[in-house]
Design a protein around this ligand. Structure first.
Ligand code: ADP
Ligand code: MG
Length: 358
């Protein structure tokens, strides 16, 4: 086990800045997820920790050791990629044991450790098979086994599940979570999938691409609950949660938040500027009858998902999406409705900086 510290880490490819001033401290034994849209530099950050990519600036420490100039093989990290990179002509046992063969351990000891890892990953029945005769999930477990057997200080995962079909992805996700209960090693896990991030991470680091007016990649770092209930800015607010948080421009009128001239909040507002961006999660908005106080709108589309309805409502402030868990409600496209939200459920953002204010 080891902590991992990134300090002011930057990366530039061909004069194009990809990562800037990345400060992240991964705690000893923590499962930290890097999440963000494709192309924002997550893999680059992970590869720099692994030693596969040089830093343009900054410092990376694993434990107490600065590793900027330490070769990948000497960092005691194990990386699991999307492509499993198994040896096709070797058996499962030989694939898992390969790192120990390279280390020159005695055969009996290698066999003992391979059996132990295979047991952990429920691969014992397959030890004599070759990768071609395994399912995608089993191959991924062999790749995990080959990483585990090295007893690294840190595991690095780069989208290990994104090649699997949807069902397998869900079961492998559960498997990695269970594996994590047994192996208390520091893990850094890259994904663009917010569900993986929310369900797997002790904490999540949300990355965004560098762009005009945004000179750093790290948007927020915190527990899944912190990020969901108190997103630090509009980017994080919109990135986590399905359907996405609704964001509309609101004006303060005494104790009310007006949206398109209608009172949207139904009680005393928290402190806000005269004009602000109001964030409302789809599950937090209340749907009332036409004519009731609130933002008026017309139902444009109803997605019936069985366990809930997702309702798209056209308003003067644009389309607002509402989740209705109450199955007794039967929203119908074309119906006029009014929308309201309790003020303690509102998210208030600065209209210019887009940072959270409440
Ligand atoms: P992510 O993993 O978040 O999808 P990456 O770290 O793979 O993003 O890439 C971030 C950006 O850096 C992308 O725009 C990509 O095109 C660029 N990039 C990655 N590797 C290289 C490279 N070796 N040379 C030039 N540009 C690169
Ligand atoms: Mg990537």
């Amino acid at each position: 086990m080891s902590k991992v510290d990134l300090e002011a880490v930057s990366k530039t490819y061909d004069k194009v800045e990809i990562l800037k001033d990345l400060d992240i401290s991964v705690r000893d034994g923590e499962f930290l997820v890097f999440v963000g849209p494709s192309g924002c530099g997550k893999s680059t950050a992970l590869r720099m920790i692994a030693g596969l990519e040089e830093l343009s600036a900054g410092t990376i420490r694993i434990g107490d050791r600065v590793v900027n100039n330490v070769a990948p093989g000497k960092r005691n990290v194990a990386m699991v990629f999307q492509s499993y990179a198994l040896y096709p002509h070797k058996t499962v046992a030989q694939n898992i044991g390969y790192p120990l063969i390279v280390q020159g351990l005695p055969k009996a000891e290698i066999n003992r450790q391979v059996r132990e890892v295979a047991e952990t990953l429920e691969l014992t029945p397959f030890l004599d098979r070759r990768p071609a005769h395994l399912s995608g999930g089993q191959r991924q477990r062999v790749a995990l086994g080959r990483a585990i057997i090295r007893k690294p200080d840190v595991f690095l995962f780069d989208e290990p599940l994104s090649n699997l079909d949807a069902d397998l992805r869900v079961s492998m996700r559960a498997e990695i979570i269970r594996l994590r209960e047994r192996i208390k090693t520091t893990m850094i896990y890259v994904t663009h999938d917010q569900t993986e991030a929310m369900t797997m991470g002790d904490r999540i680091a949300v990355f965004a691409p560098l762009r005009a007016g945004n000179d750093r990649n790290l948007m927020q770092i915190g527990t899944p609950d912190e990020l969901y209930s108190r997103p630090a800015n509009v980017f994080v607010a919109r990135f986590l949660g399905t359907p996405k948080m609704n964001i509309v421009t609101a004006h303060r009128d005494g104790q009310l938040a007006l949206v398109s001239g209608n009172a949207f909040s139904e009680g005393a507002l928290p402190d806000t500027p005269a004009e602000f961006l109001l964030g409302a999660r789809p599950e937090d908005i209340r749907l009332g009858e036409a004519g009731a106080p609130g933002l008026s709108g017309k139902i444009a589309l109803v997605e019936a998902l069985g366990y809930e309805h997702v309702v798209h409502i056209d308003t003067d402030a644009g389309t607002i999406v509402v989740r209705l868990a109450d199955k007794t409600l039967r929203p119908v496209a074309g119906d006029a409705v009014s929308l309201r939200i309790a003020p303690d459920l509102l998210h208030v953002f600065d209209p210019i900086s887009q940072q959270r204010l409440n």
